[in-house]
Design a protein around this ligand. Sequence first.
Ligand SMILES: Nc1ncnc2c1ncn2[C@@H]1O[C@H](COP(=O)(O)OP(=O)(O)O)[C@@H](O)[C@H]1O
Length: 351
Amino acid sequence: MTTGSKNGIQPLFTFGIIADIQYADIDDGFNFSHTRKRYYRNSINLLRNAQASWNTENIKPQFILQLGDIIDGHNKKDNSSDQALNTVMKEFESSPVVHHVWGNHEFYNFNRDTLLRSVLNSTIDSDSGGGCPSNGEIYAYHFSPASRYRFVILDAYDVSMLGREESSVQYNQAVAFLKAHNENEDLNQPPDCIGLEQRFVKFNGGFSADQLDWLEGVLSLADDQMERVTIICHLPIHPGSTTPVCLAWNYDKLLANIQGHKSVVCFMAGHDHDGGYHSDYCGVHHLTLEGVIETPPGSDAFVRIRFTIILSKSVDTIADVAVVCRAATATAGAVSRVEREGEVCSACIAA
Ligand SMILES: Nc1ncnc2c1ncn2[C@@H]1O[C@H](COP(=O)(O)OP(=O)(O)O)[C@@H](O)[C@H]1O
């Protein structure tokens, strides 16, 4: 594992990312279609390995991004949601700040009100000006780890049946929206077996107008301040970075919002356990992290990213932001996960 500097340039900051841990103290199982094994109990070992790796770095990560599905929905029926969450949170105790994102499995275990009051609400670690959308129950905020850099956490289940009381307006609006696109009795079953319509399933969600309006304000300010923004949420929003069944319901609205702002350089998500990557026509990097839960024992699936500014010769111009993304894979003879490493640089942005 390389030290903190690359090509002799000290990173401005580093951070770790991990997705779809889906911990449960149960025996190995399978996904819905019985095509992929799931290692529920072992996922805590992979989290430990990630922590060990992050903590051995010369330059420790300034923060960790946890991209959602921290514990599995199986805990709910065993009444072990709180115990499972405590087990995982204990592993994060040696971490710096952890920014938690909420996925469908958070909502299989807890309702929205409980999550807003829980240790999984990391809004407290937002900037004082980080703020959240006015209505208070959308779990979205932003923070700046260094001058000219900003991270935005979005709530991909703001519009969803999950986590909402069946008597609520939001629940019934989500049901109406979903049924307009999916006529199956079981709304977790995709309405089609091909194409983008597959995304209209109960285990996905979308972004409300309130949240998109709030984001528009955050990104407009970031444009004015010539910041570089990375957005994270549980659901991918570019068809090139995931399989259609994992896309957010109104991915296209958020994508249009993002592509209208030069400050956005990267979008990261989980949910699609196979991971994915796409650089869109605006130069935004769409990174989907592989799921810990389906990573076989003996391999690892976590990422450490160093944000390094490569100052151009004319010192007043920041030529490139190199996002060195490394999915660390420590194999012990097992079939290793794809080791993803690469230098992806954003478009030039004059200072
Ligand atoms: N094709 C499908 N048809 C019906 N139900 C499905 C289908 N795929 C997933 N589900 C159900 O949707 C829920 C979420 O699926 P799951 O695989 O656990 O999600 P994740 O990929 O986030 O772990 C589970 O209850 C699962 O049984």
